[in-house]
Design a protein around this ligand. Structure first.
Ligand code: SF4
Ligand code: SF4
Length: 299
């Protein structure tokens, strides 16, 4: 594999207060090997940059349509991919940012400089940087180089991962961070494959190894009503967590906040699930606590 010193990023979220300790910058890497049916960042899935169109931000000025050298945009804003040559003139023309290109290749040095703009906030709050995605372990060499560079700055480093990666590559990243937020979506591999597109054996095997790295290791379970919220699945996950030495589990109730992004990115949201009520979450929390685990509902 050729390793470049650029890393593909689709979002940088500064001043985040809700994803770990202190004030954090979340770097969302592009590309994911999973296809979770409820994905709230569908624009993260493809490894390539992609064009998005947010109809609700569009003021119908027709600037993009008139500026397109290929006549690739029709009157209702849709793009003919066969005609489009990815010149991005439509994005440059748009006065409301309704047209965006999702995904940018960052030079690693520039990305480190970008992150360090908030170094004073990290130091005063005990915060740092969280790598997210997409799946950050899908760009393992680049993620390792980035984490390594940030580590020399003394920042607190966290990663959100689904764990679906070659272990050798994963270890090079995970061994350098301070906190690992590790998603487990279903303990039954067939169910896992139905919900995410991949089986779970590699994910569980990697979780077992990652838990031995002497990091703050938290298992997160997205609780998807009607799909993985059975007592059996939640208890099996808790049993697994306790068995590999994990101390803390987060239950993340299903939400539909990313649904509008599907239309913006020419994708369809065809998933039906419900958000568990507080009483159900309370019961599930108690079930996990019964394994001696500390449990938080929400991220
Ligand atoms: S990227 Fe260029 S060719 Fe494609 S729709 Fe926009 S302006 Fe037209
Ligand atoms: S340039 Fe932007 S605001 Fe104008 S029609 Fe195109 S998408 Fe809408």
């Amino acid at each position: 594999m050729v390793v470049t010193d650029t890393i593909s990023v689709f979002n940088i979220q500064r001043y985040s207060l809700h994803d770990g300790r202190g004030i954090r910058t979340n770097i969302f890497l592009k590309g994911c090997p999973l296809r979770c049916l409820w994905c709230s960042n569908p624009e993260s899935q493809s490894f390539s940059a992609q064009k998005s169109y947010n109809k609700s931000s569009c003021m119908d000025c027709k600037g993009c349509i008139n500026s397109c050298p290929q006549n690739a945009l029709n009157q209702d804003g849709r793009r003919d991919e066969d005609k489009c040559i990815n010149c991005h003139q439509c994005k440059e023309t748009c006065p409301t940012a309704a047209r965006q290109v999702i995904g940018k290749d960052w030079c690693l040095d520039d990305l480190v400089d970008e992150v360090l703009k908030d170094q004073a906030f990290y130091q005063s709050s005990g915060g740092g940087v969280t790598l997210s995605g997409g799946e950050p372990l899908s760009q393992p060499q680049q993620a390792a180089m980035l984490i390594s560079a940030l580590k020399t700055m003394g920042l607190h480093l966290a990663i959100e991962t689904c764990g679906y990666a070659n272990w050798q590559n994963a270890e090079a990243v995970l061994s350098q961070v301070d906190q690992i937020l590790y998603d487990i979506k279903a303990m039954d591999s067939t169910t896992h494959k139905r919900l995410t597109g991949v089986p779970n054996e590699l994910i569980l095997a990697n979780a077992r190894k990652a838990a031995q790295l002497d990091k703050e290791f938290i298992i997160r379970i997205p609780v998807i009503g009607g799909h993985n919220n059975s007592q059996e699945n939640i208890q099996n996950t808790a049993e697994f967590a306790a068995d590999i030495g994990v101390k803390e589990v987060h239950l993340l109730p299903y939400h539909r906040l990313g649904e509008s992004k599907y239309e913006n990115n020419d994708m369809e949201y065809n998933f039906h699930a419900y958000t568990p009520e507080d009483d159900e979450l309370k019961d599930l929390k108690s079930s996990v606590e019964a394994y001696g685990l500390q449990v938080k509902v929400g991220g």
